[in-house]
Design a binder for this molecule. Structure first.
Ligand SMILES: Nc1nc2c(ncn2[C@@H]2O[C@H](COP(=O)(O)OP(=O)(O)OP(=O)(O)O)[C@@H](O)[C@H]2O)c(=O)[nH]1
Length: 309
């Protein structure tokens, strides 16, 4: 049957780069739908969420990985393992370097790790080009080319993009597709992601809970969707989906922060998350959030397992 797909390319790609490099935003821009989680604080992406681009001549499956970083906790170690496993499995890797920040040790560390994957084609992606002048962009393109040379990587392409403006996102997609092996589609037409809905919903709740909180919290929040059930006794044209989710924090003090004065903060988190979830699922949702303390869950293998890591 392979012959039926002559000229068709399919495979996996992932974007790597230091925290805040713009990987999630770029994934969304390439896939064209909000699926990965973005935020202006580092390391909010924890799960390998795939977005799927369908084209007449190819199919590109994007795997969104957490940032690689120096592990300080058990969670950190597991995240790094996830990242390395993902890198070894994909067909093409895009290293994202923001246009508005100098190439630094973080980029060199990641480039060094990438260089070890000899057979995988690698593209350098200079992100957030809308934030810099043309001359600054030209300098950054040179710096990123040099980053490759130093690490012993031969970039398949060096592509400047703005995910927010949509500049050259289409070009990048084509260049990624061109690196994929020939083969039949991996997923049915029309599918955007194969991540279970619960995971996406949990990530949306987590994203809402992280809005505007202090720096110590991001790594301490985990969200688990406990139950999703259609409300009974609803007219067919007005369905309602009940979602019960737990927000786990590590300490009582963090619980107080998440809940806020008289529960106002948690209500806002619920409203924001519900809006996003309704957009994702296309159905009205009643979202019930509970905050629970799981003492030092990041250091406890049993708790990590229960929270899905
Ligand atoms: N102006 C501009 N801002 C961008 C662009 N892409 C991303 N950003 C912003 O940069 C910040 C980080 O973007 P993310 O996509 O969350 O970065 P990330 O690499 O996935 O971050 P981690 O999940 O922490 O690894 C967010 O505030 C984005 O809005 C872009 O093309 N232009």
């Amino acid at each position: 049957m392979i012959g039926d797909y002559e000229g068709f390319r399919s495979g996996f790609a992932c974007f790597v780069g230091r925290p805040n490099a713009g990987k999630s935003t770029l994934t969304n821009a390439v896939v064209g739908e909000k699926i990965a989680i973005t935020s202006n604080r580092p390391q909010t992406t924890r799960h390998a969420i795939r977005g799927i681009v369908h084209r007449p001549d190819g199919q590109l499956v994007i795997v969104d990985t957490p940032g690689l970083h120096r592990p300080r906790t058990l969670l950190g170690q597991r995240l790094n393992d996830v990242v390395r496993t993902t890198w070894a499995e994909v067909d093409v890797i895009g290293l994202c370097v923001p246009a508005d920040e100098a190439v630094g040790p973080g980029d060199r560390f990641i480039a060094g790790e990438l260089a070890a994957l000899r057979r995988t084609p690698k593209l350098a992606v200079v992100t957030k080009t809308d934030r810099v002048s043309a001359s600054r962009l030209a300098e950054q393109l040179t710096a990123v080319a040099a980053l490759g040379t130093e690490a012993g990587i031969e970039w398949a392409d060096v592509v400047p993009v703005s995910a927010t403006k949509g500049d050259r996102v289409e070009l990048l997609t084509e260049l990624l597709l061109a690196q994929l092996p020939e083969g039949p589609p991996l997923y049915p037409d029309g599918e955007l992601t194969d991540e279970p809905e619960e995971t996406l919903i949990a990530e949306l709740v987590r994203e809402a809970a992280l809005e505007g909180v202090r720096d110590e919290l991001p790594h301490s929040i985990a969200v688990v969707v406990e139950e999703m059930i259609q409300r009974e006794d609803r007219p067919a044209d007005r369905p309602l989906l009940d979602i019960h989710a737990s927000l786990y924090v590590e300490r009582d003090s963090q619980k107080a922060i998440v809940i806020g004065r008289k529960g106002t903060r948690l209500r806002d988190v619920g409203t924001q998350a519900r809006t996003q979830i309704e957009r994702l699922l296309g159905t009205p949702v009643f979202l019930d959030l509970h905050v629970k303390v799981a003492k030092d869950w990041q250091r406890d293998p049993k708790q990590l397992g229960r929270l899905g890591f």
